[in-house]
Write a protein that binds this ligand. Structure first.
Ligand SMILES: Nc1ncnc2c1ncn2[C@@H]1O[C@H](COP(=O)(O)OP(=O)(O)OP(=O)(O)O)[C@@H](O)[C@H]1O
Ligand SMILES: [Mg+2]
Length: 578
């Protein structure tokens, strides 16, 4: 019952079917009692109530008896008498319990004490009681565990028992727990990422300020540069966790998979050992998929690196793509891919394969079988998150010693002009927490209204932007910013605002300012994909820029400059600000 409860939300159909079969079976065994069970004079057979007459037609006939005989049923079932001895069993039950015959005690078939079986049987016949469901170890060990659903016979003392191999249920249960675990870890990761990004933002910006004041001859340069590199690494790890928890910002655009794979082939060749042959098989005319190009590259790279690691002696890595139309949902253990049109990308290797006990866990963050220096266990977690966030599915097939195949199915995109962000665009440069100090862009000073609730982040951003020559007014909330905009005589060139804040979120307060006629471009700094907090994508102005924390001061400064020039005063912008 616990299992039925556990699986209920996921497989209600299966549970309903199992219950239905149990009920049908109880009736069927009762129906055939006279032929299967030894004659018993006293209680009259409990035949089902006559079927109601249909209003229009003649009386409906009950189904022929042998259609519901235990031998014809697709489940294993047996009947016991009041002493727990087997009265009859159908062929499926005999196959699951070899050696058990009519006349023998049911308890003989199991490795538990006979008293335990007797107790279960007694519990099932308690007045007003429910059918008893229990998993027991078999005496023969093959199969090892069986699930019994035990109910009372209606035609006299004894039991109706439905039996099934518990291995499949055990596996489903493990998968369910596993997917729950993935979900919780994802939530946890997404939850801490916001705070963690603020901490990183402060370290990153302070480190950048210290680097700004020095050159490579400085005695502190090497240490500071070391901090810079490691902050970037930490920011990268947080990004991977966010990818896993599906809370990173995806720039979804139509992507030609064939072109993407061709563009990546050089990179892949470089990543692979020379003993590994790379085979590509991608037809030209494939439907595009709506996805974030950089994230798709990440998927292929992570899968290719794993394949490489699985082939230390060399082998073959093949990457293929094709269109796949599913007329019916595709059922895999614990997973259903709904019917629809997909682009399927398959990454197959001839490596060592994955042990069955690991197969359940490979998408878990930090699950790795590699040594500490070789793997963190975030590669597949990232892939999983990106695929899910892109509306896709990932399937794995693996045979130890022979190789593995990872199949990614992404919905095919059929050129819906209304899709937001569908316009082709150059991919953005990779985000870095701290930019390389060697690059020095020319920046024009701007009047910036900075809104950030975290004191430390606000302080260091204000300081850094001032050092870069900007004029900064900083406040701790959207409400305060609105007050300031209502009073301020002088205008601002740009708003830089945090997204998640107590009270009004960044996009919310900016939307209110816009409703009052404020036409200042905004740059939002977000800790993760925060649609929920930001009041939905509806609040977004396509002219605004969104940056992920932690962001380098220089990069922020460049984005501010771009936001300004993109909104050069038009007729509307010359309206007086309030
Ligand atoms: N193609 C493959 N062949 C064999 N085993 C694989 C393959 N891909 C993944 N695995 C198994 O799944 C585990 C998890 O993979 P994942 O990419 O998440 O982490 P990792 O490769 O160990 O570390 P990271 O990717 O963070 O460097 C691996 O340690 C490995 O045991
Ligand atoms: Mg990996």
């Amino acid at each position: 019952l616990a299992l039925a409860w556990l699986l209920g939300p996921v497989w209600p159909g299966a549970v309903a079917l199992a219950l239905g079969v149990n009920l049908a079976l109880a009736g069927a065994l009762a129906l055939t009692r006279r032929t299967e069970a030894p004659a018993r004079p006293e209680p009259p057979p409990a035949l089902p109530a006559p079927l109601p007459r249909s209003r229009a037609g003649p009386r409906a006939h009950p189904p022929p008896r042998d259609a519901l005989s235990p031998d014809a049923l697709p489940v294993a079932a047996l009947l016991t008498d009041g002493e727990g001895r087997v009265v009859s069993l159908n062929p499926l039950a005999a196959a699951l319990l070899p050696g058990l015959r009519a006349g023998r005690s049911l308890a003989d078939a199991f490795s538990v004490p006979a008293a335990r079986v007797a107790e279960l049987l007694a519990r099932a016949t308690r007045p007003g009681g429910q059918p008893v469901s229990e998993v027991l170890e078999t005496a023969t060990g093959s199969p090892a565990r069986l699930r019994l659903v035990i109910g009372p016979r209606r035609d006299g003392p004894g039991h109706v028992i439905v039996i099934e191999d518990a291995r499949e249920l055990d596996r489903l249960e493990t998968r369910f727990i596993e997917s729950q675990k993935l979900h919780s870890i994802g939530q946890l990761a997404g939850g801490i990422a916001h705070d963690f990004n603020n901490v990183l933002a402060v370290i990153a910006a302070n480190c950048e300020l210290l680097l700004e004041r020095r050159d490579e001859e400085d005695p502190d340069w090497a240490e500071l540069d070391h901090i810079r590199q490691n902050v970037n690494r930490a920011a990268d790890l947080v990004r991977q966790l966010l990818a896993f928890s599906r809370r990173q910002r995806l720039e979804a655009r139509p992507v030609e998979v064939t072109e993407l794979i061709a563009d990546m082939s050089h990179l892949l060749e470089r990543v692979l050992d020379e003993r590994v042959t790379l085979e590509l098989d991608c037809p030209r005319a494939l439907a595009p998929v709506l996805a974030d190009r950089r994230q798709l590259e990440q998927i292929l790279l992570n899968l290719a690196v794993n394949a490489r690691d699985a082939m230390p002696e060399g082998g073959r890595l093949s990457i293929s793509a094709r269109e796949r139309k599913l007329a019916r949902p595709l059922h895999r253990p614990g997973h259903v891919v709904p019917a629809g049109e997909y682009v399927e990308i398959c990454v197959c290797d001839t490596g060592e394969g994955i042990a069955p006990e690991n197969l359940e866990r490979i998408f878990e963050p930090f699950f790795t079988t590699k040594s500490e220096r070789k793997g963190t266990g975030l590669g597949l977690a990232t892939v999983y998150g990106i695929v899910k966030q892109s509306g896709g599915h990932i399937l794995v097939d693996s045979l130890p010693g022979q190789g593995s195949a990872f199949t990614v199915l992404l919905p095919a995109w059929r050129g819906d002009a209304a899709t937001p962000g569908a316009a082709p665009d150059a991919p953005a440069p990779p985000a870095q927490a701290i930019a390389d100090p060697a690059v020095d862009p020319e920046l024009e000073p701007a009047r910036i209204l900075l809104v950030e609730d975290e004191v430390a982040v606000r302080a260091v951003l204000a300081k850094g932007l001032r050092q870069l020559g900007h004029e900064v007014t900083d406040v701790a909330s959207g409400e305060r910013a609105l007050e300031l905009l209502a009073q301020a005589e002088r205008g601002f060139d740009v708003i830089v605002s945090d997204v998640v804040m107590p009270g009004l979120s960044g996009p919310e307060w900016v939307a209110r300012a816009r409703a009052r006629g404020v036409r200042v471009p905004a740059v939002f700094l977000s800790g993760f994909a925060e649609e929920d907090h930001a009041g939905g994508a509806g609040n977004r102005d396509p002219g605004d820029a969104w940056l992920e924390k932690p962001v380098s001061l220089r990069h922020l400064s460049e984005v501010i400059a771009r936001a300004r020039s993109a909104r050069q005063p038009s007729a509307a912008d010359r309206r007086p600000q309030d």
